[in-house]
Design a protein around this ligand. Structure first.
Ligand code: EPU
Length: 430
């Protein structure tokens, strides 16, 4: 088991480059399955979730070749069986995208109910509603979802709630369906748009992604393409908050500032200095951090994936803040860990109530999930003394080379084996 050991209190300074977006990449890797020719993906993040998605594809018969660190060639033509190996599907949430992609290609799919970070209940009823609208039968048996359709026919899909995953799955299943599909109450996240752009670059006919209504004319053939994945808005937001929490000055490159608008607006209200450029943002210290109240919303609102990080920043702000997040039921598991570090923060229903303190102090904590883990890294960077974070495999699902990027900004952070760390600890004591 590996851990991060951080000696905090050093302002982050310098330049960091953001990697490709995890939540776009996991869907796009699955979407390559729909292509009738090989595809090359660029700006593909080197994170464990992507390594795993690529493993799923190759285990099913695709040829996957890494061309360099962030460039991969996928030839999906060797896949003949529309089934994801059971154990692989249960390990990540994004395995649900294989449902839509396999259904679109084979009119049949067998994928175990998806796993992923434990954020509370994560039903897939809206995904199934979309598949049913297109003419697929479904049943769930022994934890596995089975879909089949004689033919997929375009139709009206109306979502009862806004869901990123269901919107993307509806696009995947209908891109090659017969006729015209309209998706109403669609999610508008940048990664939804990126998946639509990827499908269109292969010859699909999808309009309106990024709005509430997506219109799709099914096509018969999708041709090969070289496609570059958008930068990760949440990775960028995480470095923005880390810079603010350490009172640093960092230029964050390879971002689309438009995608960061809700994060930028929240940080400006807190009192963080932000300068925007075409493809970069600079974060700098402007003095006292102020309390704010904030509520997460689907895009273009403030993203739930930034809730733990911004709550961590607010533990160091002047006054009492309330951060409400009702998108998932269990996204506050970092709170007890922050309390170990001296934060004054409590969960109250669907919100956290935070009273700012002057300093956090290092402690031994565990990452409960991906974004909560990132929040603890931020806390460790800002805190006095040593912080040890366990279960960092969660963090590595979504942040490419986080400790190397942070070291490049002057942070004192190392990744160590648990036993190696205790050895060096005893050496220090000796
Ligand atoms: N929901 C349903 N039924 C469904 C689908 C969703 O009730 O069929 C509910 C969920 O339980 C939740 C809400 O709708 O309450 C929104 O869920 P959504 O489907 O939008 O989330 P997701 O597709 O499972 C993606 C990201 C998450 C991110 C959410 C919200 C991926 C792989 N995951 O999840 O990312 O939090 O959208 O923006 O794209 C992360 O990156 O750390 C992460 C958890």
């Amino acid at each position: 088991m590996e851990k991060f050991v951080i000696h905090g209190g050093k302002p982050l300074k310098g330049v960091v480059t953001i990697s490709g977006a995890k939540n776009a990449a996991v869907a796009i890797v699955a979407a390559t399955l729909l292509c009738d020719e090989p595809v090359v993906l660029e700006n593909c993040p080197q994170i464990s979730d992507i390594t795993f998605c690529l493993k799923i594809l190759s285990s099913m018969g695709a040829e996957v070749v890494s061309l360099n660190n962030n460039k991969v060639r996928i030839d999906p033509r060797g896949i003949i069986n529309p089934k994801v190996p059971y154990d692989m599907a249960t390990k990540m949430r994004a395995s649900s995208y294989f449902l839509g992609a396999l259904l679109g290609r084979f009119h049949e799919a067998h994928v175990a109910l998806p796993g992923g970070c434990d954020l509370g209940d994560r039903p897939i009823d809206q995904h199934l509603k979309a598949f049913t609208s297109l003419g697929a039968d479904n049943y769930v048996e022994a934890g596995e979802v089975h879909l089949s359709a004689d033919m997929l026919v375009g139709s009206l899909i109306y979502f009862d709630i806004i869901s990123v995953g269901a919107t993307i799955n509806a696009m995947l299943a209908s891109a090659k369906a017969d006729g015209y599909t309209v998706i109403e109450n669609a999610a508008k996240e940048p990664h939804v748009v990126d998946v639509a752009n990827f499908l269109n670059s292969m010859g699909a006919n999808i309009m309106g992604a990024g709005t509430d209504t997506i219109k799709i004319h099914g096509v018969k053939y999708l041709h090969g393409v070289e496609y570059s994945i958008i930068p990760d808005q949440i990775e960028a937001g995480t470095y923005m908050v880390a810079t603010a929490a350490t009172r640093g000055d960092v230029l964050i490159k390879n971002v689309i500032p438009k995608h960061l608008e809700s994060i930028t607006a929240a940080l400006r209200r807190i009192g963080v200095g932000i300068e925007e450029f075409d493809e970069a943002v600079r974060i700098y210290d402007k003095g006292e951090l102020n309390k704010i109240n904030i509520k997460t919303m689907p895009h273009p609102g403030f993203p739930t994936d930034m809730q733990p990080q911004v709550s961590t920043l607010l533990t160091l702000a002047h006054g009492a803040s309330v951060v409400t997040d009702d998108i998932f039921t269990n996204r506050f598991r970092y709170v007890n860990e922050l309390r170990r570090m001296g934060a004054d923060i409590v969960v109250n229903g669907k919100a956290v109530i935070i009273n700012g303190v002057d300093r956090l102090k290092g402690a031994i904590v565990m990452a409960p999930d991906l974004r909560a883990g990132a929040a603890l890294v931020i806390a460790g960077l800002a805190a006095d003394g040593e912080t040890t974070i366990g279960d960092i495999h969660y963090i590595e699902r979504g942040y490419e080379g986080i400790e190397k990027k942070l070291r490049g900004l002057g942070a004192d952070i190392v990744k160590v084996e648990e036993n190696k760390y205790s050895q060096s600890g005893s050496e220090r004591n000796a």
